[in-house]
Design a protein around this ligand. Structure first.
Ligand code: 5AD
Length: 359
């Protein structure tokens, strides 16, 4: 297959085949996506300082450690001061963008709180810092409000593009509707955000065909950014019951790398994040992802004492180093693989600019 592969026009069958590639064929796949990445988006890695704003969540997803039914989770929400201090420190260190992530809450208080945070980050950084929000499904009105206040990117993972698998991973009710989630993605795009989505890789019941469909879904939806990573079990969630059916962690990591590699080939100019879940499996998981096609890193800048409570899955990496030291080490490790940190860069998705899907 390798000699005849038409890399710019992969069929679903070819994608499925490559998702299972090993040895020489996998090497060729990774080589191809690495080449495309360097040609299209270069060797700079954009930073998003990740702020885990709150782990209070109204959803009850079967895989997630901060689901509302998990009584063992210690719930928190950062104060305005804590958020601003984290942003200021990151901004001084050269982070061109921040990402605000939280559990899904749509109360008027929460919506207004996020809105204030967005406005104040813009003020504090003279409009310079890029802001990505990742606060789940909200009304179109809320999305517009946050956009108008200055958030320019939004990440909402579809989790899986298969409606059938989605139902197995979520309670069967209105709050967890696949159609609603899809519609939320449409609303984000319509609002004018650089729109990102993503999936979990290596879920119980998930097939290689599902994963190929996920990639084609992202291509058809014409996303600007993607954050995807391996599924990692969490003992206090219902999906843990199936943990003996999962691929071994190292294989889940490789499958995630092949997903990233294929997405880079299918969508050469989008932003792809090397996610924390990759690092939870292997210390250099994110660097491996950068090598095969990712171009965004999201170092955690949440005040330290809260980090253990934003516990989506097991083995969440918690560094003993300070954020400054962590960034320094990251820079060194990236250098070793021929990359460099894009300090003070906003790092917009080139894809968004080229297609100009603005209002
Ligand atoms: N393993 C990996 N990723 C997870 N997420 C939630 N739970 C898990 C898990 N057990 C991801 C989901 C969600 C994001 C915030 O974290 O994709 O959208």
């Amino acid at each position: 297959m390798t000699t005849r592969t038409q890399w710019n026009n992969l069929s679903k069958e070819e994608i499925m085949h490559l998702l299972s590639a090993t040895g020489e064929e996998e090497k060729q796949l990774f080589g191809r996506s690495a080449e495309i990445k360097l040609r299209q988006v270069g060797n700079k890695v954009y930073l998003r300082g990740l702020i885990e704003l709150s782990n209070i969540c109204g959803k009850d997803c079967y895989y997630c450690g901060i689901r509302c039914s998990n009584r063992k989770a210690n719930r928190y929400i950062l104060t305005h001061d804590e958020v601003m201090q984290a942003v200021q420190s990151a901004y001084r260190q050269g982070f061109g963008s921040v990402a605000i992530q939280s559990g899904e809450v749509s109360s008027t208080t929460f919506v207004a709180y996020v809105d204030t945070i967005v406005r104040d980050i813009k003020k504090m950084t003279n409009g310079e810092a890029g802001i990505t929000l990742s606060c789940g499904e909200q009304t179109e009105e809320t999305y517009r409000r946050w956009f108008e206040s200055g958030a320019e990117r939004y990440l909402l993972r579809i989790e899986t593009s298969s409606g059938k698998l989605y139902r197995k991973l979520h309670p069967d009710d209105e709050r967890h509707s696949y159609t609603k989630r899809r519609n939320a993605l449409d609303a984000l795009r319509k609002t004018g955000y650089q729109t990102g989505t993503g999936v979990m890789i290596g879920l119980p019941f998930q097939t290689v065909e599902d994963l190929a469909d996920d990639l084609l879904f992202m291509q058809q939806f014409d996303i600007d950014m993607c954050g995807m990573g391996p599924y990692i079990e969490h003992a206090h969630t219902p999906l843990f019951a199936y943990h003996d059916q999962l691929l071994p962690l190292t294989e889940r990591l490789r499958l995630a790398l092949r997903m990233i590699s294929l997405l880079r080939i299918l969508m050469p100019d989008i932003n792809i994040a090397a996610t924390t879940a990759l690092q939870a499996i292997s210390q250099d998981g994110r660097e491996q992802a950068i090598t095969v096609g990712a171009n965004v890193l999201m170092p955690n800048i949440t005040p330290e004492k809260y980090r253990k409570d934003y516990f989506l899955y097991e083995n969440k990496p918690l560094s003993a180093r300070s954020d400054e030291e962590e960034l320094h080490y990251l820079g060194q490790r990236l250098k070793a693989i021929g990359h460099e940190i894009g300090y003070f860069l906003r790092g917009n998705s080139l894809h968004y600019r080229s297609t100009a899907k603005t209002l």
